[in-house]
Write a protein that binds this ligand. Sequence first.
Ligand code: ZN
Length: 89
Amino acid sequence: MIKHERIHQPIPCTGCGQMLDSAGGINDDTRPPIDGDHVVCIGCGQLMEYKMEVSLIEANIDDLPEENRAGLLEMQAAVKLVNEARADS
Ligand SMILES: [Zn+2]
């Protein structure tokens, strides 16, 4: 699923406040995240868009390019499963 980890300055998730300092790429792109890239929080599954030099903002899956949706929905589902497993233990 995640092919590359790309480090950036710590910024808080808009959903849970967890500080995020890297992004795992779902394609072969190894560049750091840039303005307009999308990310799923590893802590809560919140879908967001990078606004570099500022923060993250919430993003709506329906507004994203079709080719990006499946990978991001897969990441959200994976985070939800992990969180459910943690809550059950
Ligand atoms: Zn979060």
